[in-house]
Design a protein around this ligand. Structure first.
Ligand code: GRF
Length: 192
C-alpha cells in the first residue's frame, strides 16, 4: 500500500515509519511527505531518505481548500492509498476528508478523550494523573476526536517532567504507530 505522511515538526515518527518500512517490518511504501512548515526538521529527514516532499506555506494560500487541493493533486500523482498524520499541527479540511474518507489516521500523546489538543503532555502532568498514554485514531473534522483504533498506557512517575514524559511517550509511539499502521493496511482495500 502507498502511504503519505503529514508532519510539521521534528518528524521522529516519520523516521520510525520509514525505518520500519526499510527493515521490512512495515509492508508499505512511503510515497510522500506533506509538510506545512518550510524548514522543519522532517523535511531534512525526507531528503536524506530520498522521499519526495510537498512542503508548502499555508500563508501563501487564501484558504484551506486551496492548499488541500494542491495536496490532493500530489497524493493523486503518487497514487497514495492512505494518509498518516504524525505531528501535523493542523486540522484536516473537508477536501481531504472527503477524498480520503476512512483513510486518514493520527497519533496523539494522551489517552483520548482525555487531553485533546496541542498540550496533551503538559495537561496530563498538571492534572496529576498517574497514567497517560498514546492514542491512534481515525481523523474526522474535529481536534483529536475520530474513532479510536488503539491505545497504549504510559505511567507517570513522581519525578517526571514534560521532557521525560515526552521521551517515554515518543519511545512507545515509534514502535506502536508503525505496528498499528501495518495492521490497518492489511485490511485496507486498494483504491480502484
Ligand atoms: C508526537 O508526540 C505525536 O503524538 C504528536 O506530535 C508528536 C510528533 O512528534 N501528534 P515527531 O515530530 O514525530 O517527533
Amino acid at each position: 500500500k502507498r502511504i503519505a505522511v503529514f508532519a510539521s515538526g521534528s518528524g521522529s515518527n516519520f523516521q520510525a515509519i520509514v525505518d520500519h518500512v526499510k527493515s521490512g517490518k512495515l509492508k508499505a511504501n512511503v510515497m510522500l511527505l506533506v509538510c506545512d512548515k518550510p524548514g522543519a526538521k522532517v523535511v531534512e529527514r525526507a531528503e536524506k531518505e530520498q522521499i519526495p516532499a510537498f512542503v508548502f506555506d499555508p500563508k501563501q494560500y487564501e484558504s484551506k481548500e486551496q492548499f488541500e487541493e494542491d495536496i490532493l493533486q500530489q497524493l493523486r500523482h503518487y497514487q497514495v492509498d492512505f494518509i498518516v498524520l504524525a505531528g501535523y499541527m493542523r486540522l484536516i479540511g473537508h477536501t481531504l476528508l472527503h477524498a480520503f474518507a476512512g483513510r486518514i489516521v493520527n497519533i496523539h500523546p494522551s489517552l483520548l478523550p482525555a487531553f485533546p489538543g496541542k498540550h496533551a503532555i503538559e495537561q496530563a502532568l498538571r492534572a496529576g494523573v498517574k497514567i497517560t498514554g498514546v492514542t491512534i485514531h481515525y481523523v474526522d473534522e474535529g481536534m483529536d476526536t475520530g474513532p479510536i483504533i488503539a491505545q497504549r498506557a504510559v505511567e507517570i512517575s513522581e519525578d517526571d517532567d514534560a521532557n521525560t514524559l515526552a521521551e517515554k511517550i515518543h519511545k512507545i509511539e515509534h514502535s506502536f504507530y508503525p505496528e498499528t499502521i501495518g495492521k490497518i493496511l492489511e485490511k485496507l482495500e486498494v483504491k480502484a
